[in-house]
Design a binder for this molecule. Structure first.
Ligand code: HPA
Length: 237
């Protein structure tokens, strides 16, 4: 039990999927896992542990933004021994060839600042995904037939951004999409020698202004959860 996670030691699996939304954690656990039990409800940030094809998995909400994710990822890594952490979340598309419902596998996550930025001082650390997870996720996405893009994303601190010029620079430099958590997750994984990846569904588009209708979201998000589970357990039947 930690300050923010009320689980008992041993309640959390070595593989943890991290949606921002605690209700999406509940939905994903109930939809994809067997023998599911609720392991955390502290602050309503729901977490569930169950099995997928015989493998133990925890799906724990991270909240929105890097400060919130940092709290959960730190406690999962340092106190519960999480080894593989996969963010499953939504993002805003930033390129013409990236469409709604497409999946983005974040090879790198650019950020202006994260809770870890202060320790790097003048260095611009380059947070990147774990290669073995990225490779397995790419294979799973291809096998599934989901339109998938692999490349850089932007982890922003502001959903309601008053600096449109920043997004313009991201678009100009080929960034595929924007979300608010991956850069800190990748940085913490690097620091603690763990594996991390962000698998994202494009839920809205910054260039076109389109957004997924809410009834479409569940089906599209399911593809992302399956990719994440297959990436974590590539040998599962
Ligand atoms: N901006 C930031 N985070 C997001 C967005 C967005 O447009 N869409 C989904 N997560």
């Amino acid at each position: 039990m930690t300050i923010h996670i009320g689980a008992a030691p041993g309640d959390i699996a070595e593989t943890v999927l991290l949606p921002g939304d605690p209700f999406r954690a509940k939905w994903a656990a109930e939809t994809f896992l067997s023998d599911v039990r609720n392991v955390n409800s502290t602050r309503g940030m729901l977490g569930f542990t169950g099995t997928w094809n015989g493998n133990l998995v925890t799906i724990q909400g991270s909240g929105m933004g890097m400060p919130s994710l940092s709290i959960y990822a730190n406690e999962l890594i340092r106190d519960f021994g999480a080894q593989t952490l996969i963010r499953i979340g939504s993002c805003g598309g930033m390129q013409d060839h990236v469409g709604l419902r497409d999946v983005i596998l974040a090879m790198t996550a650019t950020t202006i600042t994260s809770p870890s930025s202060t320790i790097f001082r003048e260095v611009n650390f380059a947070p990147c995904a774990d290669w073995t997870l990225l490779r397995a996720a790419a294979a799973a996405a291809e096998a599934q037939g989901t339109r998938t893009h692999i490349g850089g994303i932007y982890s922003s601190d502001t959903f309601y951004d008053e600096r449109p010029d920043l997004n313009e620079q991201m678009v100009r430099h080929g960034i595929l999409g924007v979300e608010m958590e991956a850069a800190e997750l990748y940085t913490l994984a690097a620091r603690h020698n763990r594996r991390a990846l962000a698998v994202l569904t494009v839920s809205d588009h910054l260039l076109t202004g389109e957004a997924l209708p809410s009834e479409d979201r569940e089906r599209s998000f399911g593809a992302m959860v399956e990719i994440a589970l297959n990436a974590a357990f590539p040998d599962a039947q």
